[in-house]
Design a protein around this ligand. Structure first.
Ligand code: HXC
Length: 262
């Protein structure tokens, strides 16, 4: 692992459980994603996921760029053999898929190529009004390699995904929201506050129900409707065995705030 620090981390929030903030930190290169950065991001994600004091994770970039893609200087050095045998992408891009707690992407500026793909790996994407999304790989003589051709059509439909992947053009925050790529747009200077506020809401909820909810929504993308409904039903039933279900319902009926177990 590189000695350079390509990410910054901090814990936020007033409750028992905190929101972990991961800031991609290669601002001069517009957060171009190199191996060292992806190693550090993957390590931080798994560490926070395993930490009971953390309830939610936010990934953000700089004002100008969430991430302008994989580092083209590094990609340019690869040939087929090196890309294939080093398992380019898979080795350190897929840790985020193992994270069970919610991950919020807070995107300002460019989210291009691998940057757009990283945003799409997050569970919720909040976009600053300055955000620009795109898959410009086609302009480099390649195609998206970290899920862009698969997650984009699932998120925004085939027509718009083809439009973006085949042209390499960027779309702004409003188009991205209309298309369903982002959950909402916020003013750029409020982006982090909004993401951390959402994180704090999630941190105050029951951890088991939050993890179950994420698992079920993700099943919708990986299974038939019947299998997805069965997963939902099983976890729905299972949650009736948790103290959080008793606490949540008792609190509602007693007209008080719930105090969920950690
Ligand atoms: C390496 C990058 C970079 C990248 C920007 N930089 N993007 N370096 N890899 N992906 C560097 C520039 O070389 C420059 O360095 C500095 O960041 C500032 O960038 P500028 O181009 O001067 O800024 P600007 O004119 O504002 O243009 C911003 C931009 C442009 C539109 C985002 O930088 C751009 O088109 N970047 C490439 C976007 C891209 O093609 N992404 C896909 C990559 S392939 P210097 O040293 O000159 O200051 C990919 C494959 C993913 O992601 C496969 C799976 C992982």
């Amino acid at each position: 692992m590189s000695d350079e620090t390509f990410i910054l981390t901090a814990l936020h929030g007033d409750g028992d459980r905190k929101t972990a903030l991961i800031t991609l930190n290669r601002p001069k290169q517009l957060n171009a994603l190199n191996d060292g950065l992806m190693d550090q991001l993957g390590e931080a994600l798994l560490r926070f996921d395993a930490d009971p004091a953390v309830g939610c994770i936010v990934i953000t970039g700089s004002e100008k760029a969430f991430a302008a893609g994989a580092d083209i200087g590094v990609l340019a050095q690869h040939d087929f053999i090196s890309a294939y045998t080093s398992d380019l992408i898979t080795r350190n891009w897929e840790h985020i898929r193992r994270v069970r707690k919610p991950v919020i992407g807070a995107v300002a500026g460019f989210a291009l190529g691998g940057g757009c793909e990283l945003a799409m790996m997050c569970d919720v994407v909040l976009a600053a009004d300055t955000a620009k999304f795109g898959q410009p790989e086609i302009k480099l003589g390649i195609i998206p390699g970290a899920g862009g051709t698969q997650r984009l059509p699932r998120a925004i439909g085939k027509a718009k995904a083809m439009d973006l992947v085949l042209s390499g053009r960027m779309m702004g925050a409003e188009e991205a929201e209309r298309a369903g790529l982002v959950s909402r747009i916020v003013p750029a200077d409020k982006l982090l506050d909004e993401a951390l506020a959402l994180g704090e809401l999630v941190c105050a909820l029951g951890n088991a129900s939050v993890i179950a909810a994420k698992e079920c929504v993700n099943r919708a993308y990986e299974s038939t409707l019947s299998e997805g409904l069965m997963t939902e039903r099983r976890l729905f039933h299972a949650l009736f065995g948790t103290p959080d279900q008793k606490e949540g319902m008792d609190a509602f009926l007693a007209k008080r705030k719930p105090n969920f177990a950690r």
